[in-house]
Design a protein around this ligand. Structure first.
Ligand SMILES: [Zn+2]
Ligand SMILES: [Zn+2]
Length: 372
């Protein structure tokens, strides 16, 4: 076996490189040599080499071992384990745009897998609170039984004549005085290298049939509006039955509540309340999403615009456990009209309820505002 290149050399970084420098180097090289996109001669091997170097050096423990022992592990045993599977999330490191641009760019491998499906599903606040199990029944595409997903009569595919089964063709383009040669996905077979001479009658050649499917999943506790859950392999079948099916994403939509809004795990509401209740204090009891009565205690001498909190009666916290709070904004309720008797009562209270001196009250208020 040819001796391996030094991992630092492979990534073109110093031995003292920081994690960020490693990641940058890997990102740059992976974009250059990704076999689905690269036109470099030895892209596939280079890519493997880069991936292996990064997998080792980005792992603190493996890097320390490598620094001490090089490619040979302790006791002379080879670090062959490094050559095994790497769990590097390329999509995270390279960004989704890398793959989406690849998609239209004639990337062959990518084309062979089925498309993803996005399904929107509405849930209630109680579902987010309890993480309830959901059951959705709908028609989803499956590989056609008659042709095993190939789209060809009897499942018989033949090698594409236009590209001799390669899936790619070389094209010459005249750009001004220059002739450029480029590799493109074959149009006749959409880059797959195979075609069906006779289309399957059952599925009209698209290789799919709709079947009623039941999906079961749990709403994640405290899920935000727009949370997406992935069901691997439940998307569209791969074209011609070659490659892996796409994924199904379920996007949760939180149905609006009658009066709550959420802020993270807290539930926010406003409570219109009369002047006497603000001044004397009161207690208001409401039905709540957790099934227990929600008791809001308004202390005496509360002001309109202040908030009171009912602790731990909000939605589940996604980190750290427990529940958020219900935050209640107190709002002075002003009646649309008042009768003569009430008017008379208020007249008698006008003086005692007003600030003793307007000038001082204005200044005190201004000062308080500045302090905040
Ligand atoms: Zn072809
Ligand atoms: Zn079929």
């Amino acid at each position: 076996m040819a001796s391996k290149r030094d991992y630092y050399e492979v990534l073109g970084v110093e031995r003292s490189a920081s994690d960020a420098e490693l990641k940058n180097a890997f990102r740059r090289l992976a974009r250059k040599f990704h076999p689905d996109r690269s036109t470099e001669e030895d892209a596939e091997n280079r890519f493997k080499e880069i991936q292996e170097a990064y997998a080792v050096l980005s792992d603190e423990q493996k890097r320390a071992q490598y620094d001490r022992f090089g490619h040979d592990g302790p006791q002379g045993s080879s670090f062959g384990g490094f050559g095994g599977g790497f769990n590097i999330n390329l999509e995270d490191i390279l960004g989704g745009d890398f793959f989406s641009s690849m998609f239209g760019g004639g990337g062959r491998r990518r084309r062979q897998s089925g498309s993803d499906i996005l399904l929107r599903h509405t849930v209630e606040y109680t579902d987010v609170l309890n993480g309830t199990e959901q059951e959705v029944t709908l028609d989803l595409p499956h590989p056609c039984d008659a042709c095993e997903g190939t789209g060809a009569e009897g499942g018989r595919l033949t090698s594409c004549k236009a590209c001799s089964g390669q899936g790619q063709v070389r094209v010459r383009q005249q750009i001004g005085p220059f002739v450029q040669e480029a590799v493109q996905a074959c149009r006749d077979c959409a880059g797959r290298g195979q075609v069906s001479d006779v289309s399957c009658g059952e599925c009209n050649g698209n290789g799919q049939q709709m079947k009623s499917s039941t999906l079961r999943f749990n709403v994640p506790l405290g899920a935000e509006d727009g949370t997406r859950m992935r069901m691997r392999g439940k998307g569209e079948p791969a074209p011609q039955g070659v490659g892996s099916p796409g994924d199904l994403y379920i996007e949760l939509e939180l149905a609006p509540h009658l009066f709550f809004e959420r802020s993270g795990s807290d539930l926010i509401m406003s409570l219109p309340i009369g002047y006497a209740d603000l001044a004397l204090g009161t207690s208001v009891t409401l039905d709540h999403i957790d099934g227990e009565p929600l008791v809001i205690k308004v202390p005496p001498l509360s002001n309109s615009g202040e908030t009171v909190e009912v602790r731990k009666r909000g939605l589940p916290r996604q980190r750290g456990g427990g529940r958020g709070d219900v935050v209640v904004l107190l709002k002075l309720h002003m009646p649309k009209k008042i009768n003569r008797a009430t008017k008379k009562s208020l007249e008698s209270l006008r003086e005692t309820l007003s600030p003793p001196d307007v000038q001082t009250a204005i200044q005190d208020d201004a000062e308080e505002r500045r302090r905040r």
